[in-house]
Design a protein around this ligand. Sequence first.
Ligand code: ADP
Ligand code: GN1
Ligand code: MG
Length: 345
Amino acid sequence: MEIDVLGICRSFGFEKDPLKIEGISVGHINATYHLWFEEGEFILQRVNTSIFTRPEEMMDNIELILKEIPVLFLKKTKDGKTWVKNDSGFWRIMNFVGNSMSYQKMSTPEQAYKMGSSMKEFHNTLKKVDASKLYETLPDFHNMVWRYENFYKALEFNYQNRKETCRNEIEFLLENRERGAVISKLYNAGHLRKWVTHNDTKLNNVLFDRDTGNYLTFIDLDTVMPGTVLFDVGDMIRTSCSTADEDEKDLAKVSFSMDFYNALMKGYLENNCGLDELERALIPECGRTLTQIMAVRFLTDYLNGDTYYRIDYPDHNLVRTRTQVKQIQEMDRYFKAPDFSSMPL
Ligand code: ADP
Ligand code: GN1
Ligand code: MG
């Protein structure tokens, strides 16, 4: 479908055409464009409405959260809405945070330390948001039990006849099912506190200052909703302590960096991050769990014929699964399973 970018910009009140438009291909979910106008730079996004089926509610969430984030704002239409819906989709525009950068993978412990302290700062920001006013954008998003139900359905259906190509990964995930579900079960039973959490805290969803490397803001706020803080800490560990890209084909390059981990957690834990005893006891297990949930989700999508994540080649989701499995195996070289018998399971 032909996308009428100029028409969309008009609906958001821009009187002139953008000077330049560039696509950004980093995220797996939305379609993102960088726009240059005389008055500044903006991010135009088409929300993936097959995933976010109630996008208006999601935008209300984001509007509420942005009250606490001064560096980000949504452009409004002439009738005061934060979005435009037309034949080509559901669109929103926010300011492009200038002089910013995001990392695809971690390169130094100093960066890891900054990522950890940024996460803590963002959690402190989210503490100011009234959780009761937030919609649950994607129910069960980090519920491992539900993710496994979907995985089983995909295995049973085997729609693309791909099961044979991923026997080892399937076996690994089946063996690890119970352990991976511990945090979800504790949360679902009310033993882990409900915070307002981001729920997609991968490294490239954070903007840092290009010159100083200092924290500017978390972006990709689509999944902010109630959750346990361990979901966020876990995905931060998953993406910040890997020595390789999420879709690295050469598994020899995929390992877990203890240097990054120590710096990351120092940044997060120092100066009172507010975790309680049970939450603390589940670090780094939450890193393992979030890596596992991603393995399950990537493999489910691979078996289903790649309907969820954007892919660049046919077995992209399988490659992503393999890096996650390798990463779990690497983590297991450093950390023992916590003593689950002392937990209220
Ligand atoms: P997705 O949901 O598809 O991951 P994101 O909202 O994370 O989409 O945006 C994709 C990428 O676009 C980000 O990783 C970042 O590089 C860039 N980006 C998004 N929003 C902004 C912004 N407000 N300022 C600067 N860069 C941004
Ligand atoms: C997706 O939108 P993006 O690319 O930042 C996904 C996350 C996964 C991540 C894996 C809404 O994040 O849950 O952890 O890919 N977002 C959604 O890279 O499913
Ligand atoms: Mg993103």
